[in-house]
Design a protein around this ligand. Structure first.
Ligand code: MN
Length: 292
């Protein structure tokens, strides 16, 4: 399989080197195209396109990645994925793997994550994506996250086209990970943003402990309990009431703003395939699906 590996921490970040090398050892045809600097927090941005419409990308050598073509792109991860899918770095990839991010990407705050934004851009541009993030630790457990990413890829191969999985891995040795669990997005994170006026017209922007405990089946709680957590996500989709065959509902004045409840499970947006990939509501968690 042709795999494009990207990230938002930048092409020289340790996590992407471990991930690319692991994918190559697993037999994939790997190319790396990642931002030339840390572009964390850029979501699915493509950034400023130059007036003459060029994008700079330089060939680079990455530690531990002998034989893997790698490009440092002057753009955020979303641009790396778009360029890759359009054939900029060889054959368009069948799959985009993004990471391994230094730090978890859990809960609804993943809207802002460049790691996740790359996977969602892959979905928008016609292929599946996997975002991989590792819990902060010193040292980071990159090898654990890479091995579990390979485990999860075997599931992604059976999933509908344009599936996006968000994987978060606890900071543990591989054999100490409690298992892989389907997770729901935490409605809030362990930290929350706060902003306050500082001096000289600046504002202090901080992430503070929220003091809130997320639900036990959420990505954040499962990682804290020692599980690797996977969540199916989609990018841009219509919010629409469930009764979409009700034509009266199409009349704007017949009801206030339509919108699906946030806890509804959304199917993967591929009209040709009614399949979906999620843990059904009310179902018990999977038995440990981790290959040994
Ligand atoms: Mn990052």
């Amino acid at each position: 399989m042709h795999v494009l590996v990207t990230n938002d921490d930048g092409v020289q970040a340790a996590g992407i080197h471990v991930l690319a090398a692991a994918l190559q050892r697993d037999g994939h045809d790997v190319v790396v195209a990642a931002p030339d600097t840390d572009r964390s927090g850029t979501g699915a941005a493509i950034g400023l396109v130059n007036p003459d419409q060029h994008v700079d990308a330089a060939r680079v050598e990455l530690p531990g990645c002998d034989g893997i073509p790698a490009y440092a792109v002057d753009g955020p991860p979303g641009m790396c994925v778009i360029a890759g899918r359009l054939g900029a770095f060889g054959p368009p990839p069948d799959l985009v793997v993004s990471g391994i991010n230094a730090g978890l990407n859990t809960g609804r705050a993943i809207l802002h994550s460049g790691t996740v934004g790359a996977a969602l851009t892959a979905q928008n541009f016609g292929c599946s994506g996997l975002a991989v993030s590792a819990e902060v630790a010193d040292p980071y457990h990159w090898d654990t996250a890479a091995r579990i990413a390979l485990d999860v890829l075997t599931r992604l191969a059976d999933a509908p086209p344009r599936t996006v999985l968000n994987l978060n891995v606890p900071a543990r040795p591989y054999d100490d990970v409690a298992g892989i669990r389907w997770a729901r997005l935490a409605p809030f994170g362990a930290v929350r943003a706060a902003v306050a006026p500082a001096e000289d017209g600046r504002y202090q922007f901080e992430l503070r402990a929220s003091g809130l405990v997320p639900p036990p089946d959420s990505d954040q709680s499962l990682v804290e309990a020692g599980y690797a957590a996977i969540t199916t996500i989609i990018g841009i989709a219509e919010a629409w009431p469930p009764e979409r065959d009700d034509h009266d509902a199409l009349v704007m004045s017949s009801q206030p703003v339509p919108g699906a409840p946030l806890d509804e499970v959304h199917t993967i947006p591929d009209a040709s395939l009614p399949r979906f990939l999620h843990r059904p509501h009310g179902a018990p968690p999977d038995p440990d699906p981790r290959p040994r």
